[in-house]
Design a protein around this ligand. Structure first.
Ligand SMILES: [Fe+2]
Length: 341
């Protein structure tokens, strides 16, 4: 890539860096670090219906579409999202993002062949993003001709990516500045909502017509963060309502912990449920969120998360107190953002 950048010439590269990558970037894959590979295989494969298989390097990979894999669980102790693979539409869009990172002095390294193989891409570039989340950049996924063998009809992915993530943050201004400056995210809408007596702000951001690919959750005044993991949840989008209903039934039959019951979100109108993962954050299994029409979109402020359903399930008093304790403890913890943000 560096050679290519030199071939392009400095003037061309600078012009490219001014280009927007909006609608030329999507969430391509997620890497989770966990020691609970069998429990993850049960969740992704048997419950949610993906083609989930243990690989020769002991990672678990889940296929959802023509990409060789979308969710990857690598063995390790953190029980957290380790990396997000951001897919750029082409080499020029990748060059734009790399140039922006270089301009900010952010250290970017190229992947090893083994790591690229594990992610199901030809090669990628990586750096440490906000909250210590590794961000990986690529534009050539490895594709498979044969359809995935799944217990569900399909997932909505393609040029809008595999779904979305929601992250709590104590540094929302720096977080938003980072994603805006490097990836041209746009603000879709907001929800102002009180949970267990704590007022919360939810800001929904898009990279493309998908209503949101990333959402930031934070407290408006004293910055608390009760979430141990880097994300509160990761969403995948089912192709049909029947798929959602069947996955809901399978999760319950397998005795998995339902975090929130089936309901409909107020802002994007998605119908979904949330199931707890073995690593502590949730997976939202969603269907039919609306898309943003850039010409007519009017960002609204909502005062509720859901119009119906999405009831908390299995939330014990001890669990709530534990979250409160972690929220207070978070005041003493520093949240990483790349230098300069
Ligand atoms: Fe969500």
């Amino acid at each position: 890539m560096e050679c290519k950048l030199q071939e392009m010439g400095e003037a061309q590269v600078m012009a490219a860096a001014r280009d927007s990558v909006f609608n030329r970037v999507r969430m391509g894959y997620a890497v989770i670090e966990s020691r609970k590979t069998d429990a993850w295989r049960l969740l992704l494969g048997e419950a949610l219906g993906m083609q989930a298989e243990i690989q020769s390097d002991q990672s678990l990979s889940a296929r959802m579409d023509d990409h060789v894999r979308r969710l990857i669980v690598v063995p390790g102790p953190s029980e957290d999202l380790q990396a997000l693979g951001m897919e750029l539409a082409d080499e020029q869009a990748l060059a734009v993002v790399l140039k922006r990172l270089a301009k900010r002095g952010i250290d970017v390294k190229e992947s090893t062949t083994a790591a690229a193989q594990q992610r199901g891409v030809h090669r990628f570039w990586h750096f440490t993003g906000p909250k210590g989340l590794t961000i990986e950049l690529y534009h050539q996924p490895r594709l498979v001709g044969a359809p995935p063998r799944m217990a569900t009809s399909g997932f909505i992915t393609g040029d809008k990516g595999f779904g979305h993530v929601a992250m709590s943050t104590r540094r929302p201004d720096q977080m938003k500045q980072f994603w805006r400056e490097i990836f041209d995210i746009r603000h879709t809408d907001d929800v102002h909502y009180t949970i267990s007596g704590v007022p919360m702000l939810f800001e929904f951001m898009r990279f493309n017509p998908r209503h949101h690919s990333i959402a930031f959750v934070y407290t408006p005044k004293i910055r608390l963060d009760p979430i141990r993991t880097r994300i509160q949840h990761l969403e995948v989008q089912a192709a049909t309502l029947d798929d959602l209903g069947a996955a809901w039934e399978r999760c319950r039959a397998l005795g998995l912990t339902i975090a929130m019951s089936v309901g409909q979100h107020a802002n994007d109108k998605a119908i979904s449920f949330y199931v707890a993962t073995p690593s502590g954050f949730d997976i939202e299994f969603g269907w039919n969120p609306l898309e943003v029409d850039e010409a007519s979109w009017d960002p609204a402020v909502w005062t509720r998360i859901s119009t119906w359903g999405h009831h908390f399930e299995g939330q014990t008093l001890a669990g709530r107190l534990g979250q409160l304790g972690r929220g207070v403890a978070s005041l003493l913890r520093k949240e990483y953002v790349p230098a300069g943000f």
